[in-house]
Design a protein around this ligand. Sequence first.
Ligand code: XMP
Length: 513
Amino acid sequence: MNQEKVIVLDFGGQYNQLIARRVRECNVYCEVHSCQLSVERIREMSPKGIIFTGGPDSVYLEESPRCSREIFDLGIPVLGICYGSQIMAHLLGGAVKTAPVSEYGKTETNVDTSCTLFKNVSGSTICWMSHTDYIERPPEGFRITAHTQDCPVAAMECTQRNLYAVQFHPEVMHTTEGQKMLSNFVHDICGCAGQWKMDSFVETAIREIRERAGNGKVLCALSGGVDSSVAAVLLSKAVGKQLTCVFVDHGLLRKDEGDEVEAVFGPEGPYDLNFIRVNAQERFYKKLAGVEEPEQKRRIIGEEFIRVFEEEAKKIGAVDYLVQGTIYPDVIESGLGKSAVIKSHHNVGGLPDHVDFKEIIEPLRLLFKDEVRRAGRELGIPEHLVSRQPFPGPGLGIRIIGEVTAEKVKIVQDADAVYREEIAKAGLADSISQYFAALTNMRSVGVMGDDRTYDYAVVLRAVTTSDFMTAECANIPFEVLQRVMNRIVNEVKGVNRVLYDLTSKPPGTIEFE
Ligand code: XMP
């Protein structure tokens, strides 16, 4: 395929996909590869530019990840970020050492605005730093183009060889003019025209799925959430009636959600899909009885899910592929990369040993949530589905602290429905990224009329975030919270207290589990 592309070489940092996503935001196709990608392979791909990511290691240690030195002789522009800048300096004869002062966080940086990388950037700008090593001396032929109080080489360049390096992270939002710098790199330095659009992703994905699936039968795990809906529609466009979508109602969905999903994807809905609804509530409740530990709940729900699919697959006969709507944040948070396991998402990495499918197709694996929504719009999926807030695969199973029972599910469903209704009425739905009610495992004394109660506390969660990797508690007007509280304690049996969770992510997570 002859489209212009930039490749990101991964040295083990945590923002690798974020860099790719920022480049895609410049309308240039971008994908991430291992830092050990061979020079021959890079030549074949003929990218317009190469970006080296950050990473946790020290370049001067033997075992640290490194790329081939020949990359610098390809004539392709290279931008090194953080560890990537240090490996460039190290391989080309500069000096990298432990810095006398480590920098972490937003840092005032003085940049030389005459260089192309910093075109239209302010002379003094805020950049996000996170490093303990630094470039003490750039390689021969390089000139320093930025510095901070503690970092003498915050950026360097060798324009003759098209090599650029920054110690800070232009890809994170805390670097206020970072997107401008990346845009300068891909457009002005690499010469990309920037004509790539999300529909190119959709077209490419449809073509690749078609090639991969051939005449095989495909089974899609449809939950009705944004990710699996986009995956399902993408698949139906690629393989038509070879696809069967199975929707498992595990009894852990939001109020009335099962029927809503059926209304959209079932035979009465607008899509030409094979749709099967499996009502497996009792089966899941039985497996979850007595289980309190959140990771164990996730595992049980995930495994049971796969079992149900296996059974459906057997009924359909000779199913070759299982489709899942896994997106990028699921992948890193499940610890499949280098980062620590925060929690296991049931649709990633948690497959049981015995799986009756040839392969798993995850077409959205490299996309962030808002990119998935954009792909959904390109596919013509109705806006109310595309902008729907995320809902975890294990559902209310992880929004109920402690043991999951049918009674607790009903409480959290009813409280959540009230909360959502009031948020919508207050006109706040679009300004909050995700909001829901969860059930604490705490019961406490209250008073209702003349009676003493001993009931559960519901917790309300609401966050704003752009990428779901970090999040802030949403600032919901107090009157709205009070209205929600009043309605929940009055309308939902078994609840006598309502709490509001103020925690950001980190240190919390978005879910309350
Ligand atoms: P956390 O709680 O990890 O949530 O901060 C980040 C985002 O991921 C969603 N989430 C999940 N999505 N399967 C999913 O498909 C899961 O197991 C899962 N767990 C959390 C969560 O709702 C939030 O949007």
